[in-house]
Design a protein around this ligand. Structure first.
Ligand SMILES: *Cc1c(COP(=O)(O)O)cnc(C)c1O
Length: 242
């Protein structure tokens, strides 16, 4: 598809994804309104992203800070919320914070300290999520599940940071469905442990960012509050960028 065809298809595709989320939520006895759709817009040109925002998307995620910085100025008149959903290097923190209201990929105290220090300097608050590698696949970022609670407690206490939840990338969906769903359940259990622990700054950590185009149903069934969808709305990416 060229960009015009892609753009024309967006409202229908967006509605279809929303429908999938709503059905999955009702099947799980959940309120569909409790699940937000985040569009993962990596490699998607800003004009196409604009079409998605005009079609109703109000939350976008970028993997690379370079791409965030390149596209965000072309979107601000539409006021989408922008989250960082890819690994964040320390030297990109300042640039990321010019545009993002949430960093979903915190996986070390060091990164959280950098974010906190920058927020103190520029006098602002920042939402963040802890990224957990529930599948243990070495190619995936995130803190190991067994270290997630301790990291969350430490990060939640830092100045100007608001811990709002946990994020994960599910196990490869050619795996057994039970493995994929078990990973999402693990993230929910980590969230429940942190929210119940009573330590400073942890009581708002209710969010679960999990589920993508291929596995959003099991994620919603296990309690996702944000699903991150790219290809189901924007079409397949070039393999190099997937
Ligand atoms: C690309 C990406 C998504 C969306 O993946 P699709 O399979 O295209 O829906 C979600 N989360 C992250 C972190 C991504 O990089």
């Amino acid at each position: 598809m060229d960009d015009d065809e892609r753009t024309a298809a967006i409202p229908t595709r967006l509605a279809a994804v929303r429908q999938r989320v709503d059905v999955a939520a009702r099947l799980a006895g959940r309120d569909p309104g409790a699940v937000r759709l985040l569009l993962a817009s990596k490699t998607v040109p800003v004009e196409v992203v604009r079409a998605a925002v005009l079609a109703g998307a109000d939350l976008l995620g970028e993997n690379r800070v370079q791409e965030l910085v390149a596209k965000a100025p072309g979107l601000t008149d539409l006021f989408p919320e922008l989250h960082v959903i890819g690994p964040l290097q320390s030297n990109k923190v300042n640039a990321a914070l010019e545009w993002a209201t949430c960093v979903q990929t915190v996986d070390s105290v060091r990164l959280a300290q950098r974010l906190s220090a920058r927020c103190v300097t520029v006098d602002r608050d920042l939402d963040l999520m802890i990224q957990v590698n529930v599948s243990g696949e070495p190619t995936k970022s995130g803190v190991p599940p067994e270290d997630a609670v301790a990291l969350a407690v430490e990060v939640a206490a830092l100045d100007r940071l608001r811990l709002v939840g946990f994020m994960t990338i599910g196990a490869r969906s050619d795996d057994d469905d039970a493995v994929v769903r078990g990973g999402f359940r693990r993230l929910r259990e980590i969230r429940d442990d942190v929210v119940a622990c009573g330590r400073p700054g942890t009581d708002g950590a209710l969010g679960l960012s999990m589920g993508m185009s291929g596995d959003l149903e099991p994620a919603v069934a296990e309690g996702a509050t944000i699903v991150r969808v790219g290809s189901a709305v924007f079409g397949a990416r070039a393999v190099r960028d997937a």
